[in-house]
Design a protein around this ligand. Structure first.
Ligand SMILES: NC(=O)c1ccc[n+]([C@@H]2O[C@H](COP(=O)([O-])OP(=O)(O)OC[C@H]3O[C@@H](n4cnc5c(N)ncnc54)[C@H](O)[C@@H]3O)[C@@H](O)[C@H]2O)c1
Ligand SMILES: N[C@H](CO)Cc1c[nH]c[nH+]1
Ligand SMILES: [Zn+2]
Length: 444
């Protein structure tokens, strides 16, 4: 069955409109999903564990009539270690190497984020103290596929930041626990694993229940229900970002093997029917070759229905005037993943301002970044890369300002503060500063 992937041409008058239509998707804004999530959040807040239990039994199709109590969803450290010991050695080795590379990258990130202090001539000390969050919830998606790599990507930066308690939630559809997910949790040092998912898990982490203590922040990707729930609990807890369905944008100069590019597009399309996969290229012949590769390779793919829907609904092959224009379009799309599959990729990367992660050169397939390069794979989607960043150590830390004013400093700063406070009509502020002056000023 041939695939109808959208073809756009940037030289045509209706190009921008067609592109906007293709991109018009916002995670967590579907009305029906919003209504369902609002109900679930309120119910879990009101009824706690009983509601989480009911929703989990129903949405995750827990067998044998469902679990009788929340205890059934808790996975102890023994079970995590047993899973680590039981998985094939090749999987264990791959997880360990990936974990180590992710740790090294995030340790480097932590060094960049250290606090600082400096002392002024009059002895006043100013600075910034960085402290980890106490307790975080990490959401690991598990509805359509299991993601051991997402366990590592969420938990390792939390660990590196110094978070003491990492509570992981992950749904187990049909009650099936993925052993690699449990093994990854053992490697990443997760404190507690609870096999619940969706909006009910987000609600439990945010509000707390009889058996789950509320966390300070919830991080991690998920489907539209998870995204909508995170949006709604923001303020009660912190959230990292809304990381929704995956996206890939490939800028290609037309010299990469077209099979490579086709498979790179598939790699994100296979996540979700709502995933987005787009290629920008100035060479019409090459675009036709990529299309032929898509046709050739799709029947070989196990998840071809998902890929087909994703490419049909949210995929595109775009003919651009040149790579400069490709970079401008890439900035407006602000994709989660941007591959620059071209000679001298750095010259084009210099022109990119908005992308969750950039993969430079034809050997940097996005799939390597998903698993083991080291940088985080939890990335902003739905054009939010314009204002947000990959999940990182900074998401698990906060900053406190340090202000230690000397007596001499209080003389200079007191006069300035008082002047500004009177200007704002705030007497107490002004007097508080003036009382510390060696030569007290008369109240104004
Ligand atoms: N950005 C990233 O780093 C990243 C990484 C991995 C996966 N992803 C994305 O995460 C998403 C994972 O989605 P998923 O569905 O596989 O797993 P998920 O864990 O996000 O969602 C499964 C849960 O959704 C809830 N749900 C499903 N249907 C429902 C309904 N009708 N009503 C109420 N709740 C319902 C259930 O509670 C279920 O447990 C995909 O879009 C994938 O592309 C992103
Ligand atoms: N590409 C996903 C982020 O959009 C992450 C992932 C996990 N496993 C495979 N891929
Ligand atoms: Zn992926």
């Amino acid at each position: 069955m041939s695939i109808q992937i959208t073809k756009l041409d940037s030289t045509l008058a209706d190009f921008q409109k067609s592109l906007d239509t293709l991109l018009a998707f916002e995670a967590g804004t579907d009305d029906a999903i919003e209504r369902a999530v609002t109900g679930i959040l309120a119910d879990v807040k009101a009824r706690g564990d009983a509601a989480v239990l009911e929703y989990t039994n129903r949405f995750d199709r827990i067998p044998d009539g469902g679990a009788a109590s929340m205890a059934a969803f808790d996975i102890g450290q023994d079970e995590l270690q047993a899973a680590l010991a039981a998985i094939p050695a090749a999987q264990r080795d791959a997880l360990n190497v990936a974990a180590q590379r992710i740790r090294v990258f995030h340790e480097r990130q932590k060094q960049e984020l250290n606090g600082f202090t400096y002392t002024e001539a009059d002895g006043t000390i100013l600075g910034q103290k960085v402290t980890p969050l106490d307790r975080v919830g990490i959401y690991v998606p598990g509805g359509k596929a299991a993601y051991p790599s997402s366990v590592l990507m969420n938990a390792i930066p939390a660990h590196v930041a110094g978070v003491q308690e990492i509570i992981m939630v992950v749904p187990t559809p049909d009650g099936v626990k993925n052993q690699m997910v449990l093994a990854a949790a053992a490697i990443a040092g997760v404190t507690r694993v609870i096999t619940i998912g969706g909006a009910q898990a987000v609600a439990a982490l945010a509000h707390g229940t009889e058996t789950i203590q509320p966390v300070d922040k919830i991080v991690g990707p998920g489907n539209a229900y998870v995204a909508a729930a995170k949006r709604r609990v923001f303020g009660i807890v912190g959230i990292d970002m809304i990381a929704g369905p995956s996206e890939i944008l490939v800028i290609c100069d037309g010299t990469t093997d077209p099979d490579w590019v086709a498979m790179d597009l598939f790699s994100q399309a296979e996540h979700d029917e709502l995933a987005q996969a787009i290629m920008l290229c100035p060479d019409a012949d090459y675009i036709a070759r990529v299309e032929a590769s898509i046709e050739k390779l799709l029947p070989t793919m196990p998840r071809q229905d998902t890929i087909r829907t994703s490419l049909t609904d949210r995929g595109a092959l775009v003919k651009v005037r040149d790579l400069d224009e490709a970079c401008a379009i890439a900035n407006s799309i602000a994709a989660e993943h941007l591959e620059i599959s071209a000679e001298n990729p750095q010259q084009w990367a210099d022109k990119i301002r908005h992308a969750g992660a950039m993969f430079l050169g034809r050997f940097s397939s996005e799939s390597l970044g998903d698993y083991c390069c080291g940088p985080n794979h939890v990335l902003p989607t739905s054009r939010t890369a314009r204002f947000s960043s990959p999940l990182g150590v900074y998401d698990f830390q906060k900053r406190s300002s340090i202000i230690h004013v000397s007596e001499a400093g209080a003389q200079t700063l007191g006069k300035i503060a008082a002047e500004l406070a009177y200007g704002e009509g705030l007497q107490a502020h002004a007097r508080s500063a003036e009382l510390r002056l060696n030569t007290p000023a008369e109240p104004r």
